[in-house]
Design a protein around this ligand. Structure first.
Ligand SMILES: C[S@@+](CC[C@H](N)C(=O)[O-])C[C@H]1O[C@@H](n2cnc3c(N)ncnc32)[C@H](O)[C@@H]1O
Length: 349
């Protein structure tokens, strides 16, 4: 039984994503909108408040700026400035000297709330410094980061996994139906993260056993999520580096969801070839990712995400569907089939 709060959150996330795509696609910009695009003050005010857990401090009861500063161990004057700005933005209310969360802040920005959406904002805040290096990256062609955050910052990676888990909860059930695994018995979810896809596929196909292969730093989160779902008997965990270590198997099907955009093309080609060797004859590889159209400008969200990858990964980028199809072809896959434009491609061994 899914709680109404979770359903509301999913609906909101979906609507926001669609809204973002539509706004970007239909965009014709006035001068005011151009200024708004360059205006990041409110963004950083919100992200800082979330990072400090200011909304959590106000969750039980209204408080003065001095009381909030004492609880957060921050400086009272600047804390008051920040809180006044949050009132003007609409995330706090002020009555005399006392501040309270606006209903939206109480709902989405307090950790104890079932609709908490702060994981994504904490991630945006953590990537702030990398975005500050965008000009250097464009000038030099070099990323400011040396390795992706799943290796460099397991704490932050857990946040990302929680965001991805929530996103995957929305689309994994329809993905599981779309990719018919009724005749498969074994699935490898490569770089499976929190295990959301593996768990959803196991729920959809009662005879399926899944393996989540991921970095040891990540699998702690996966283990917790699988235990919470009571699926320990059906979702197994395998720790390793998929570029270096054996993947186990043989498997009837392999899923690669949102892992290839972290790597350079040659590494992806080698990984797809390695997966081919772990599949049984007739086995399927399903790749889900954010693929760009050939001219690189659409889908609109993906064109912006490609810049995100430039500053937040060492060698990652968004690829086109044609590039992914080439990796599959070179590895020996047949029946290569683009199942969903810009997001889903599969091949058969
Ligand atoms: C963006 S997450 C995708 C998680 C999940 N597949 C999903 O779609 O929600 C990327 C995952 O790849 C894993 N990963 C990255 N590099 C890896 C490597 N070299 N070996 C194994 N796992 C890796 C990360 O730990 C992380 O769980």
């Amino acid at each position: 039984m899914i709680s109404p709060a979770v359903l509301a959150f999913r609906a909101k996330f979906n609507i926001e994503f669609k809204f973002f795509e539509e706004v970007l696609l239909a965009r014709s910009l006035s001068l005011a909108e151009i200024f708004q695009l360059g205006y990041y003050w409110e963004s950083k005010i919100l992200l800082t408040a979330v990072k400090l857990d200011l909304f959590g401090t106000l969750a039980p009861l209204p408080a003065t700026a001095v009381e909030v500063a004492s609880r957060l161990r921050t400086s009272p004057g600047p804390t008051e400035l920040l809180m006044n700005a949050l009132v003007s933005i609409g995330l706090l209310r002020k009555d005399g000297a006392h501040y309270a969360n606006a209903p939206e802040a109480q709902n989405f920005l307090v950790k104890e709330s079932p609709s908490y959406a702060g994981h994504l904002l904490l991630l945006q805040d953590a990537e702030w410094a990398n975005w500050g290096q965008l000009e250097t990256a464009v000038l030099t062609g070099k990323s400011p980061v040396r390795e992706h955050l799943f290796r460099s910052d397991p704490g932050l990676a857990e946040n990302v996994l929680m965001v991805l888990h929530r996103v995957a909860l929305q689309h994994a059930p329809s993905l599981a139906k779309q990719v018919d695994l009724s005749s498969a018995r074994t699935l490898l979810d490569l770089g499976g993260g929190a295990g959301t896809h593996a768990m959803t596929f196991c729920r959809t196909y009662p005879d399926l056993i899944a393996t989540v292969f991921d970095l040891p730093e990540t699998l702690g989160t996966t283990e917790r999520m699988v235990k919470e779902a009571g699926l320990e008997g059906r979702v197994h965990l395998q720790a390793g580096d998929f570029n270096r270590d054996a993947l186990g198997g043989p498997y009837d099907a392999v899923l690669m969801s949102d892992i290839l955009h972290y790597q350079e093309s040659s590494a992806n080609a080698a990984l797809v070839a390695k997966v081919y060797r772990t599949l049984v004859p007739g086995g399927r590889l399903v790749i889900k990712d954010r693929f760009l159209d050939p001219d690189g400008t659409s889908p609109a969200w993906t064109a912006v995400f490609a810049v995100h990858l430039l500053v937040n990964t060492e060698k990652g980028r968004c690829y086109t569907m044609a590039e992914a199809e080439q990796w599959l072809k070179d590895a020996g896959f047949t029946a290569i089939h683009e199942r969903d434009r810009s997001s889903l491609v599969e091949g058969v061994k």
